[in-house]
Design a protein around this ligand. Structure first.
Ligand code: FAD
Length: 454
């Protein structure tokens, strides 16, 4: 049934911009399997920044909540409308506004999908390093709004590292640009960095200038299996201790390996309980040298090593790594998975404590993630039909946040706060007041993605 709000929006937006009856697929994200589902009064799919500005302007004038939506692959329920309002989906803002390969830069609209961006620049021999999973669905705007990471953030940094300029629609409905095709800018306060990672709670990103790099000539992954988490974590630390600048440094614990191991592209030793995956990249000679050094460092204690050199095998290994999250979900149909981050020297403790928290709440637990960044996807397995399990898993997640803070870490390394970690950031009162002041300055009526982030 057409709502009053849909009728109002149709009166000034082009035909087709307001979807009929807020389709259910726009009310969920990856937290659906933990029972989070929203309610919207309207879903709009604008085609330009100007149309986004018109929607924001109308909503701001009428006191209606605005919920920006990218690919809906988030794990924090950030794109879910909690209690009505207008979902603004960026899916039709997909233009490449400028691509200057010789200057290593590109200007794209926010709805361009991550994998598509990477493909476009790769055809010119360039490389956009941030590689969060679900790249075929997530959008560059969503990556910017969550400051997404991914395996290669270890060497290359998270999404924000590659953003030199942003165009955003800010309250009460203006298009504002900060930065641009410039690699440095200290002329004012860093508004660009405030918008990066702001989860749609400060404004809607409509376009971004991105920095690029020439693609490395070669990338060689090395996967090493260990019999204990201690041995695996020692290997991770020795990569750093030996000064090996690898592109990625990942891990899987025993339970994750049990879930994802059957699809591993080579044999998994039967007594393997931990996997370390690193990647050597650079010029052909540099990547080869680094690969040899990695094989040395992983050396004695590894039960086995898989170190492919052929492209097809390398792609198969990374495809497998991309599917780890799905393999874990498949165990029981659902999961409550967080993205806590701890100092690297506390990683082993965080891995062990994740299992202990699961056991205390009667839940199967596991973790995997971006070891080099101390970033764990600490996870509790649930059956979505079991309300009691979901409740215990949510309690377990709260313990996980306490753990992260007690180890000197943070509740979120890359997925953002959204709804699920609201109020758990552990800020000092002074820091919390500054965060609230920033929100107030950008969004005085509190209509930009209300109930999220702060
Ligand atoms: C299998 C899998 C693997 C993943 N692996 C990783 C990983 O390795 N690293 C990682 O960081 N994340 C990972 N993620 C999480 C997710 O993919 C990223 O957070 C991604 O960047 C979200 O982008 P999206 O377009 O789907 O955003 P959405 O989920 O649609 O939105 C996320 C947040 O950003 C806001 N938002 C979206 N677009 C805009 C915009 N244009 N302007 C303002 N706000 C906006 C939304 O309101 C919401 O708060 C993974 C997810 C899956 C399903």
């Amino acid at each position: 049934m057409t709502t009053e709000l849909e009728r109002e929006l149709r009166s000034f937006l082009p035909a087709g911009s307001v979807l009929e009856g807020a389709p259910a697929s726009y009310l969920v994200d990856e937290t659906e399997s933990r029972g989070v589902r929203g309610r919207a009064d309207a879903v709009v799919v604008p085609e330009s920044a100007e149309e986004v500005a018109e929607v924001v302007s109308w909503c701001y004038e009428h006191g209606v909540a605005i919920v920006p939506r990218g690919g809906g692959t988030g794990f924090a329920a950030g794109a879910i409308p909690l209690d009505g309002g207008v979902v603004v989906s960026l899916e039709r803002l997909t233009r490449v506004r400028a691509f200057e390969p010789l200057l290593w830069r590109i200007w794209v609209e926010a709805g361009l999908r991550t994998a598509e961006l990477r493909r476009i620049v790769r055809e010119s021999g360039l490389f956009f390093p941030p590689d969060p999973g679900a790249a075929e669905q997530s959008q560059i705007g969503g990556n910017i709004a969550t400051n997404a990471g991914g395996p290669h953030a270890f060497k290359y940094g998270v999404t924000g590292t590659w953003v030199t300029g942003l165009e955003a629609v800010l309250a009460p409905g203006q298009i504002v640009s900060v930065g641009g095709p410039i690699r440095k800018d200290v002329s004012g306060f860093d508004l660009k960095s405030l918008l990066i990672g702001s989860e749609g709670a400060l404004g809607i990103v409509t376009a971004a200038w991105l920095r690029l790099l020439p693609a490395p000539d070669a990338s060689y992954p090395v996967a090493a299996f260990y019999s204990t988490a201690e041995d695996g974590c020692a290997a991770i630390e020795s990569v750093l201790g030996n000064g090996l600048v690898v592109a990625a440094l990942e891990y899987l614990d025993a339970a994750t390996l049990a879930a994802a191991g059957p699809a591993f592209p080579s044999g998994v030793p039967s007594d393997a309980r931990f996997l370390v995956l690193a990647e050597a990249d650079g010029s052909l000679a540099a990547a080869r040298e680094l690969r040899t050094a990695l094989l040395d460092v992983f050396g004695d204690k590894a039960l086995g090593v898989h170190a492919p050199r052929e492209n097809a095998e390398i792609e198969a290994l990374w495809r497998w790594r991309d599917g780890v999250s799905i393999a874990v979900t498949a165990q029981r149909g659902g999961k409550v998975s967080e993205d806590i981050v701890v100092p690297l020297d506390r990683l082993a403790e965080a891995i062990e404590e994740t299992l202990a928290i699961g056991a205390r709440h009667g839940l199967s637990a596991c973790s995997w993630g971006h070891a080099g960044d101390g970033n764990l996807h600490a996870t509790f397995l649930v059956s979505p039909e079991r309300a009691d399990e979901l409740k215990r898993a949510e309690q377990a997640a709260q313990d996980l946040f306490d753990l992260a803070l007690s180890l000197g870490g943070s509740v979120s390394g890359e997925h953002g706060v959204g709804v699920v970690k609201r109020g758990r950031q552990g800020w000092s009162p002074e820091a919390a007041a500054l965060m609230a002041a920033v929100k107030q300055a950008f969004d005085p009526r509190g209509l930009m993605n209300p109930g999220k982030k702060v």
